[in-house]
Design a protein around this ligand. Structure first.
Ligand SMILES: [Zn+2]
Length: 221
């Protein structure tokens, strides 16, 4: 038990026995796209949160902890709000029939990508609460294979055990969805996507392995 408490403080920030430093990029990946993630406060406390990992993978990943995006939270979003004519419309990721299909967006045509990180229910609440602000400068977009609702994604085959556990499924889909979007939006997106998914796969692998050990602990929380 003692060794499980030891943290990789100077690296990935995870417990030392599930350290992902080997999988992380040697330096955060630079992207033309600025990524803004609204991170639900509950996710922050959750030990399986993946947003801290994503922000270690990406140089331009801005994490805002809260339940709502509003004016004053981010100088980046504020400048989009104040000077929408200076930017291409930002994209906020959320599935919906009216949402723009990200795969139809041209490479290098989006400056800012916004994502909501939380359980499916929380993400929906955060999106609706943020809409009055977001709608001033961004449009809704989704991946045609955005499957957060039913939780089915490429990692299911890797470990159904891990994915069944809310809010992990939601968190992981956020990391995966950002990777998928960057593949389309960035000139060297295929490489970026693959480097992010490598980290995610390593994390899922650890999680499947340690789930049994963690089960008791998680039930107590
Ligand atoms: Zn580490």
């Amino acid at each position: 038990m003692t060794s499980r408490r030891r943290m990789c403080a100077s690296g990935c920030g995870r417990p030392a026995n599930v350290c992902l430093c080997q999988s992380l990029p040697s330096a955060p990946i630079a992207t033309a796209t600025q990524i803004v993630i609204l991170h639900h406060p509950h996710e922050q406390r959750h030990k399986l949160a993946t947003v801290p990992l994503l922000s270690k993978c990406l140089a331009n990943c801005h994490v805002i902890v809260g339940r709502k995006l509003r004016y004053g939270d981010s100088t980046l979003l504020d400048s989009l709000h104040d000077h929408p004519q200076l930017f291409r419309p930002a994209l906020f990721l959320f599935p919906g029939s009216d949402a723009l299909d990200v795969s139809q967006v041209q490479s290098s045509s989006c400056d800012v990508l916004i994502a909501f990180d939380g359980t499916w229910k929380h993400a929906k609440e955060m999106m609706h609460a943020s809409l009055p602000f977001l709608s001033k400068f961004s449009v809704q977009a989704c991946l045609d294979f955005d499957v957060r609702v039913d939780g089915d994604n490429i990692f299911n085959s890797h470990s159904r055990l891990v994915l069944r556990k809310e809010p992990f499924s939601g968190c992981m889909s956020t990391m995966e969805a950002v990777a998928r979007c960057l593949r389309i939006l960035e000139p060297n997106g295929v490489d970026i996507e693959s480097r992010i998914l490598t980290v995610l796969k390593a994390m899922v692998g650890f999680q499947a392995h340690f789930l049994q050990l963690q089960q008791d602990e998680m039930n107590i929380e």
